[in-house]
Design a binder for this molecule. Structure first.
Ligand code: SAH
Ligand code: AVI
Length: 322
């Protein structure tokens, strides 16, 4: 007999598999084949993302980290002792440490991510660095209203969404997500959110197509995950990573380009690829400060302070629930 919680665990696992399978089959059935970028982050994908953050070409992480270090005190002011820090898409939680160092009286740090591996690694490291901190990992998709633990719901909350992960959503999806966050952080939410700034297209493309090929490996890893978890037969050598800047949409697009005419089977279905046909795997929107503040206002947030670096590469915004 299964233990009740084992039964729950298994049904959750099957629900996740089903969600993954139907998203992949749905995406590959479209005229422009797509895969949702949240599926990049299995254990290997989370590791590869951390490698990306250390690449010379990938300026966002080190730039945002420097902005956080310079302005951490301003960012956390207003969160009273006994408050809660809630991070969306927390990954390794490395940037979070900059805020945590200034928040010794925090009641709890809630970290939400789809990557169980990333949460487990972060929890272990934070337990060593901040032994008194109550860390609450939540494995899940932040696009759905996230129920905070009951005992934390009534406390003052500061939301944290660094990394420009907001840029991985279309503007329409981003407005919806910002509304979901407003509800999660109610009644008097404040959100510190990172957004990559518009800049020279060549610099952007290099950041997403590095010389060492780490971003290519990150992009191709999603096919390895589909093979492993859904039993597909993608030949990884038959696809090539591509990053382009789309000026009409103001976004970097990552694609996987089929190197030949081929077909792939997945759960009894066959998907055909022409030579040169692509799977669109990620968007990374770049906003001006004005554009981003406008986006926040569309989701009923008040755009307050904004911090940036001397080279205007990256921005960190303070939003207050309107
Ligand atoms: N905040 C970190 C990590 C950014 S990478 C930083 O700034 O460096 C993006 C993170 O968001 C990954 O850890 C990924 O697993 C997570 N993520 C992506 N889509 C998600 C979703 N829909 N729901 C929850 N987490 C998501
Ligand atoms: C997580 N996200 C903000 C990264 C980005 O820059 O869009 C993901 C990434 N994709 C390729 N390199 C990094």
């Amino acid at each position: 007999m299964l233990y009740p919680n084992m039964r729950e665990l298994l049904s959750e696992r099957f629900a996740l598999d089903d969600e993954f399978a139907s998203a992949v089959i749905g995406g590959l059935s479209r005229p422009q084949k797509t895969l949702p970028c949240r599926f990049f982050y299995d254990a290997r994908g989370s590791e590869l993302f951390e490698e990306i953050t250390r690449l010379p070409e990938y300026y966002p992480t080190r730039t945002e980290t420097a902005i956080l270090k310079a302005h951490a005190l301003d960012m956390i002011d207003g969160l009273p002792d006994g408050g809660v820090l809630v991070e969306f898409g927390s990954g390794s939680s490395l940037k979070t440490e900059i805020l945590l160092q200034q928040l010794p009286q925090l009641c709890a740090y809630v970290m939400i991510d789809v990557s169980q591996a990333a949460l487990a690694g972060a929890k272990q490291r934070l337990a060593r660095r901040f032994p008194a901190l109550d860390v609450r990992p939540i494995v899940g998709d932040f696009s759905f209203p996230v129920g905070l633990p009951d005992d934390l719901r009534a406390r003052a909350k500061l939301g944290f969404f660094p990394g420009s992960t907001i840029g991985n959503l279309t503007p329409v999806e981003a407005v919806h997500l910002l509304r979901v966050f407003r509800t999660a952080l109610a009644p008097h939410g404040r959100l510190i959110i990172g957004a990559d700034l518009k800049k020279d297209a060549r610099r952007l493309v290099l950041a997403y197509d590095d010389r060492a090929g780490v971003t290519a490996a990150f992009n191709l890893n999603v096919l390895a995950r589909i093979n492993r978890e859904l039993g597909a037969d993608f030949d990884l050598a038959a696809f090539r990573h591509e990053a382009i800047y789309n000026p009409r949409h103001g976004r970097i697009e990552m694609h996987l380009v089929s190197q030949a005419e081929q077909s792939v089977s997945l759960r009894g279905q066959r998907f055909s690829f022409q030579a040169g046909e692509t799977i669109h795997t990620e968007n990374s929107y770049k906003y001006s400060i004005d554009q981003f503040q406008q986006l926040a206002r569309s989701a009923d947030w008040l755009a307050q302070r904004v911090w940036t670096d001397d080279n205007a590469l990256f921005s960190v915004h303070e939003l207050v629930a309107g």
